[in-house]
Design a protein around this ligand. Structure first.
Ligand SMILES: *[C@@H]1O[C@H](CO)[C@@H](O)[C@H](O)[C@H]1NC(C)=O
Ligand SMILES: *[C@@H]1O[C@H](CO)[C@@H](O)[C@H](O)[C@H]1NC(C)=O
Ligand SMILES: *[C@@H]1O[C@H](CO)[C@@H](O)[C@H](O)[C@H]1NC(C)=O
Length: 366
């Protein structure tokens, strides 16, 4: 036991000093940080375009196999039978837009995702290539209320193409300075010297990390809202500071929920040859919804932890990383065996003359 505690603490102190600071300040904390490998890439969006097959833009989806175009607010932990996440009772779905490289000749190629940087001796999350790293943070043990079955939310605005200063701490990019996640230190979105609010303008030697944080306050009543956002809110001090979870919740949204954050590492390194970049010097990386600024980045969440499992995790003291002694795990092979069948059949790896769904996007002006 002591040995494990020592190892965990040593890993915290060495690799990410900010963990240690936070840990000391709060007298303990829980930060679940775990990978989910890909469950499917598909042009579906059960939140924004329920039932629409296809939806206007493509997503990469991870988590439980209960995902479909018209999934309801029924408890997805009961409709799913497997998950791609390290925690085996997490049947939630997590998704973001895909990233594409636009070559000088005008064609697009999908950018693949890497696994996660190695932290906490977690060799599950390093092997999720093609997936998403998910964080759930409780500022102090027992101080957050886990989401309820059927809960879902969206953060970000796919139509935005200019910086929103308020969002700098909740949507940011890290340009990795070298292979093996070079420069992966410090809390995400907290240091404007290394984290940019838009996509990095230059070639990144180790790829591009994208972090997106969700609001941490809930109205305590609604599982969803028409825009999938108004039932949740940022704390009074604005978008959360990852270290403090952003202060008090407003009276309209009094329930403190876990700080959910997604981390996606795009392997842009096959596209670093500047002779392939647009001749006018414009940014060659485009999200699947037609955005090469990165300001329109958005993320979707459908809660699906079984029973009380997430609350148990959030109430635990000092569970860090992809393991927590009170929570059930699975190995990477089991995770990778879980999949959802692609519904909208599109070539995911060809050079394309336009982004998937571009005509539909123009029509709907997204
Ligand atoms: C989609 O999921 C819902 C449950 O959320 C289920 O009722 C429905 O049958 C599923 N649809 C398909 C096509 O699998
Ligand atoms: C466009 O450029 C890419 C990158 O050099 C190349 O692989 C692809 O074949 C080209 N496509 C066309 C139609 O020229
Ligand atoms: C992952 O780590 C565990 C123990 O930490 C070890 O038993 C296992 O062999 C490792 N697996 C891989 C694929 O490295």
């Amino acid at each position: 036991m002591l040995w494990t505690a020592f190892l965990a603490f040593a890993a915290i102190a060495e690799a990410r000093p900010w963990y240690e600071k936070m840990y000391k300040r709060q007298g303990g904390m829980t930060m679940l940080r775990f990978g989910c490998s890909q469950v499917v890439i598909d042009r579906l969006d059960p939140l924004v375009n329920p039932g629409s097959i296809p939806s206007p833009h493509q997503h990469q989806i991870v988590g439980g196999n209960g995902f479909n175009a018209s999934m309801t607010t029924d408890d997805v932990s009961k409709t799913a039978s497997c998950t791609t996440c390290a925690f085996s009772k997490d049947f939630s779905n997590y998704w973001t837009a895909n990233l594409y490289f636009k070559a000088r000749n005008g064609t697009y190629k999908r950018v693949k995702q890497l696994g996660a940087a190695n932290q906490f001796s977690d060799n599950f999350s390093t092997q999720i290539g093609g997936g998403i790293l998910v964080y759930y943070v409780s500022a102090a043990p027992g101080k957050v209320t886990a989401f309820k079955p059927g809960f879902r939310m969206l953060v970000g605005d796919p139509t935005r193409r200019t910086a929103d200063p308020k969002m700098a701490k909740s949507n940011c990019y890290r340009c990795y300075t070298g292979p093996n996640f070079g420069g992966d230190t410090g809390a995400p979105c907290q240091d404007s010297k290394v984290d940019t609010p838009g996509l990095p303008k230059d070639a990144c030697k180790g790829g591009i990390r994208s972090n997106i944080l969700f609001p941490t306050c809930w109205d305590g009543v609604n599982l969803d809202s028409p825009n999938h956002q108004s039932h949740i809110a940022w704390p009074k001090n604005g978008p959360a500071n990852f270290l403090s979870l952003g202060g008090d919740c407003p009276s309209t949204h009094p329930v403190r929920i876990p700080q959910l954050m997604y981390e996606v590492v795009w392997d842009t390194t096959p596209f670093n040859d500047k002779s392939l970049w647009p001749a006018d010097g414009s940014q060659p990386f485009y999200f699947s919804y037609g955005d090469n600024t990165g300001f329109g980045q958005h993320a979707d969440y459908v809660f699906g932890w079984q029973g009380n499992e997430l609350q148990i995790g959030m109430d635990a003291t000092n569970c860090m990383g992809a393991k927590c002694k009170t929570m059930a795990n699975q190995n990477i092979a089991a995770a990778k065996a879980c999949a959802v069948k692609e519904v909208v059949k599109e070539d995911k790896d060809a050079w394309l003359t336009e982004l998937p769904g571009m005509a539909m996007q123009m029509e709907q002006a997204i």
